[in-house]
Ligand binder design. Structure first.
Ligand SMILES: Cc1cc2nc3c(=O)[nH]c(=O)nc-3n(C[C@H](O)[C@H](O)[C@H](O)COP(=O)(O)O)c2cc1C
Length: 173
């Protein structure tokens, strides 16, 4: 069975996780911005996406490629500042096609925010957002940045891919 990882991220943490998963499983890794990468060439897909302003950054690509993703998409990993929670699940559910989500496992991974990599407008918006964040620690992290990227946290994804390698039945095109 042929699988692949497609990711959407801007500042490197989602790509880092995608590459770690690729190294651990041997699956090829593609940015969604690679015009030559075609999800319909694979039997199963692992999708990775950052969360930006309460939405999955992969959402538009997922909508455009819905027919190619349907039936193949098995795991979604999100990368965010917010940890696993009902709130995060709601953001994911609201910004991703339901038909895909219903056939996938969602794994929430912790991200990184490096203020030296974002422009002043984003810095300002994060600063303003932090003023309205009711959680004091999350508010501080929004303002000054954080790095919670953790290689060990991909373990459940690696295990699930191990099962998929045996179980997945090819999708008929
Ligand atoms: C402009 C901006 C908006 C963000 N919005 C959210 C958000 O709404 N919720 C959240 O949990 N994390 C948010 N984050 C944190 C990102 O999800 C985190 O930095 C992630 O690791 C980015 O992934 P990347 O490095 O692959 O781009 C935001 C980060 C930026 C820069």
């Amino acid at each position: 069975m042929k699988g692949a990882i497609f990711f959407s991220g801007k500042y490197g943490s989602t790509e880092q996780y995608a590459n770690w998963i690729g190294e651990a499983t041997g699956l090829p890794v593609f940015s969604i911005n690679n015009p030559n990468a075609d999800p319909s060439e694979f039997d199963y897909l692992i999708l990775g996406s950052s969360i930006i302003y309460f939405k999955l950054s992969i959402r538009k690509w997922a909508e455009v490629n819905l027919s190619k993703l349907n039936g193949r998409s098995k795991i979604l990993f999100s990368v965010s500042g917010a940890g696993p929670s009902d709130k995060l699940e709601r953001w994911v559910a609201k910004s991703f096609p339901t038909v895909l989500l219903s056939q996938m496992d969602h794994v929430a991974l912790a991200g990184r925010l490096d203020h030296s990599k974002v422009n002043w407008l984003i810095k300002l918006s994060l600063w303003i957002g932090s003023l309205f964040n009711p959680d004091p620690l999350a508010s501080k992290e929004e303002r000054y940045g954080f790095d919670h990227v953790d290689k060990d946290s991909i373990k459940p994804i690696i295990e699930r891919i191990g099962q998929l390698m045996h179980d997945v039945v090819p999708v008929k095109n």
